[in-house]
Design a binder for this molecule. Structure first.
Ligand code: SAH
Ligand code: DHB
Ligand code: MG
Length: 221
C-alpha cells in the first residue's frame, strides 16, 4: 500500500460521488494564480461535509478559515435555499479571491464572509446570540482549542463540530515536536479527550491530500 493507490482510489471515489464542476475546478486553479496555498479540502472531503449537513439537517453553518472559498462552496451547496454559511478569513487577499469564487458560483446570497482574526470575530457572534447547526474549524492550528471553546458557545445540543488537520501525517505522535501546528492540534486533541460536553472521535484518512484526520464532535444533550 502506498500513496499512489490512495490517490487512485480517492479519485475513483470522487469520480463516482464527488465530481467537481467547472466552478470548483476554477476555484482550485484560482489559488495558484493568486499565490494562495493549496490547503483546500479534497472533493471527497467536500462531499463528506455535505453528508454531515444532510445528517444534522443544518441550515446555519459557521466556517473558520475560508482560503479561496473551495470548502465554502461545498458547504453552501449542501444547504437548503434558505440556508447560510458565515465564513471567517483573516487574509484580505484570500478573502478577495474567495469572494470572486463565491460570486462565480452564484452563492453570494448564501455566504456571509467576515474578514478579520477569528479570535476577534467569534466573541462578536456570541454577543449577537448566534447559534449554528454545524461548525467547520479549518484556520490556523495553534488556537484550535480556543476556536473549539468559542464553537461550543455558538452551539446547541446536537450541533456538529468538524475540525480539519488534527493528525498531520502522524506527527501528532511526536511528543518532542516543536512544530507549532503539531503542538496546536496535540493540545486540541488532548482537550477533546477530556471534554464532557461533546461525543467525539477522529477520522483519519488517506487520499489525494497528505495523510491527516478530521475531528468530529456532536454537542451533547
Ligand atoms: N477551508 C478552506 C481552507 C482553509 S486554509 C478550504 O478547505 O477550502 C486556512 C485559512 O485560514 C487560510 O486562508 C488562512 O488565511 C486562514 N486563517 C489563518 N489564521 C486565521 C485567523 N486567525 N482568523 C481567520 N482565518 C485565519
Ligand atoms: C495546512 C492547513 C490546512 O487547513 C490544511 O488542510 C492542510 C495544511 C497547513 O497550514 O499546513
Ligand atoms: Mg484544512
Amino acid at each position: 500500500m502506498n500513496q499512489e493507490i490512495f490517490t487512485k482510489v480517492d479519485n475513483y471515489i470522487s469520480n463516482l460521488l464527488a465530481t467537481e464542476d467547472e466552478i470548483l475546478k476554477q476555484t482550485i486553479n484560482s489559488l495558484d494564480r493568486h499565490n494562495l496555498p493549496q490547503h483546500s479540502i479534497s472533493p471527497n472531503q467536500g462531499k463528506f461535509l455535505q453528508v454531515m449537513i444532510a445528517l444534522c439537517n443544518a441550515k446555519n453553518i459557521l466556517e473558520i478559515g475560508t482560503l479561496g472559498g473551495y470548502s465554502t462552496i461545498w458547504l453552501a451547496r449542501g444547504l437548503p435555499e434558505n440556508g447560510r454559511v458565515v465564513t471567517l478569513e483573516v487574509d484580505k487577499n484570500h478573502a478577495e479571491v474567495a469572494r470572486e469564487n463565491i460570486v462565480k458560483a452564484g452563492l453570494e446570497n448564501k455566504v456571509e464572509m467576515k474578514v478579520g482574526k477569528a479570535l476577534d470575530i467569534l466573541p462578536t457572534l456570541i454577543a449577537k446570540n448566534e447559534v449554528f447547526d454545524m461548525i467547520f474549524i479549518d484556520a490556523d492550528k495553534p488556537p484550535y482549542t480556543e476556536y473549539f471553546e468559542y464553537a461550543l458557545e455558538l452551539s446547541r445540543p446536537g450541533t456538529l463540530i468538524v475540525c480539519d488537520n488534527v493528525i498531520r501525517e502522524g506527527k501528532v505522535l511526536d511528543e518532542n515536536s516543536r512544530d507549532e501546528k503539531v503542538l496546536g492540534v496535540q493540545r486540541f486533541n488532548e482537550m477533546l479527550s477530556r471534554n464532557n460536553n461533546v461525543t467525539a472521535t477522529i477520522l483519519h484518512s488517506v487520499g489525494v491530500k497528505e495523510y491527516d484526520g478530521m475531528a468530529i464532535a456532536v454537542v451533547n444533550r
